[in-house]
Design a protein around this ligand. Structure first.
Ligand code: SF4
Length: 446
């Protein structure tokens, strides 16, 4: 039996971040001053955690430590960061470290909360990685529209420049606020002076990234985990999470939850239901949960409710926790209509440079829209399946595949609803509310 405990909940009003902890009594990334205190100062950060773990360590020692800790990327790819370090360190050229703090997933707030409250933890991790690979520069990729995040980082960088003159130079780089602009190859391209659009390449950024230099690029949360592993060791690090994915994990709760946008740090074994209940609970019974982002998977409410909230365990069931989004859909909502809205939005977020995005995604969005409106026939459903299969694995990035996955999982999870729509019967949904923060995202980004 799991026993989620809550040791910190930030206030939920006045745009202050709300966060909690599930599965254990002690937070890791989010431990320290509560949300009302705002970004933690460098002085407080050092007083609380002690000196950064990379100080006084050789690069090979650091790489071994990161390898032993088993830190996986927390941006969606779940790739072992140690492999990026090893490749960047052994490739010709001076490496560069890139912290991807762009958080392009509209409903996700975990990086905003982490960077907004614990900027020095993220920057410590970036410096540890820079030391491990011999990088001479740290670039922090952000969206200027995320003002709280940028202010927190600017202040943190200034504090570090004043008190740590030997630190690797770090600076913010403002990227466009588009969904695919945060994709790894798009970030590399933009930081190299090109457009923030993905590009297929035979080489990973660690081998040839920003201006063809070896580049360690990972999500902000990943660096914060590296900072903790470097400070407290691989054994301590593995005491949280699971053997398949050591360390805690940040997730964002969205949709029909008591406090949409709450960020939860999952430290120990817990289920979706325990994490949701620990952080305010639900507003209504859940029909389904969208896991991993807008290009994630829908899980039926009863399945999701008892499922372990663990990257590795979910991965075994073919579900990726990805960016850590957990969006709840209440019983009276229509999953087909919500998916249609999501796909319409995603179809408008492409770089428009590959066939599957230029032709396939708009066609899928249009058919899903017709289905949601009760105007589609059974043959249209077959066509949606065919189109979803045809865009999968194509294009210069994973965007078409991600859309295909969310579409297929919706048709499967909401099969009952699907039949109603095809028969032209009234959908049981109230149709009034917007359970996912898509409308807000559209308003703020388009
Ligand atoms: S697959 Fe789509 S999103 Fe990815 S690069 Fe091509 S057009 Fe852009």
């Amino acid at each position: 039996m799991t026993a989620p405990l809550l040791d910190a909940v930030g206030t939920t009003r006045a745009r202050r971040p709300a966060f909690g902890v599930a599965g254990d009594a002690v937070a890791r990334l989010l431990s320290g001053p509560d949300a009302r205190s705002g970004p933690e100062s460098y002085e407080s950060h050092l007083a609380r955690l002690g000196p950064p773990g990379h100080h006084g360590r050789r690069p090979d020692e650091l790489r071994a430590l990161v390898r032993d800790s088993g830190v996986l990327g927390r941006g969606g790819g779940e790739f072992p960061i140690a492999r990026k370090l090893d490749l960047a360190a052994t490739t010709l050229g001076t490496p560069v470290v890139v912290v991807n703090a762009s958080e392009g997933e509209p409903a996700s707030r975990k990086d905003a909360v982490l960077v907004g409250l614990r900027p020095h933890l993220v920057l410590d991790g970036a410096e540890a990685v820079a030391s491990a690979v011999g990088a001479d520069e740290i670039l922090v990729y952000v969206h200027r529209e995320r003002t709280a995040m940028c202010r927190s980082l600017e202040r943190a960088l200034l504090e570090r420049r004043i008190s740590d003159l030997d630190a690797v130079p770090a600076r913010l780089v403002d990227g466009p606020d588009r969904y695919v602009a945060g994709e790894a190859s798009a970030v590399v391209r933009f930081l190299s002076g090109g457009p923030a659009a993905p590009r297929r390449s035979a080489l990973t950024p660690a081998a040839s990234g920003v201006r063809n230099r070896p580049t360690v690029l990972s999500n902000a949360e990943t660096y914060a985990h590296v900072a903790l592993a470097a400070r407290f060791g691989a054994q301590w690090f593995a005491e949280a999470g699971s053997p398949g994915c050591p360390g805690s994990t940040l997730v964002t709760l969205a949709g029909d939850v008591a406090v949409p946008g709450t960020v939860v740090e999952v430290v120990g074994p817990t289920t979706f239901s325990d994490a949701l209940e620990a952080c305010g609970g639900l507003v209504r019974p859940p029909q389904a949960v969208l896991v991993g982002g807008y290009e994630g998977s829908w899980l039926g409410g009863s399945v999701a409710w008892s499922a372990p909230l663990d990257r590795h365990a979910l991965g075994h069931s073919g579900v990726r926790l990805g960016c850590g989004l957990v969006a709840v859909l209440a019983e009276e909502r229509c999953g087909i209509a919500e998916t249609a809205r999501i796909v319409r939005w995603l179809a408008g977020e492409t770089a428009g440079q590959c066939g599957p995005c230029a032709l396939g995604l708009p066609a899928i969005a249009s058919l899903l829209g017709a289905l949601a409106d009760g105007r589609a026939r059974r043959s249209d459903v077959r066509e949606i399946h065919r189109l979803a299969a045809s865009v999968r694995g194509r294009g210069a990035c994973g965007h078409p595949t991600g859309v295909s996955e969310v579409v297929e999982s919706a048709l499967d999870t909401f099969s009952e609803e699907l039949h109603r729509h095809v028969r032209g019967r009234a959908c049981h949904a109230s149709g009034a509310g917007l359970p996912l923060p898509l409308a807000a995202a559209e308003g703020s980004r388009r």
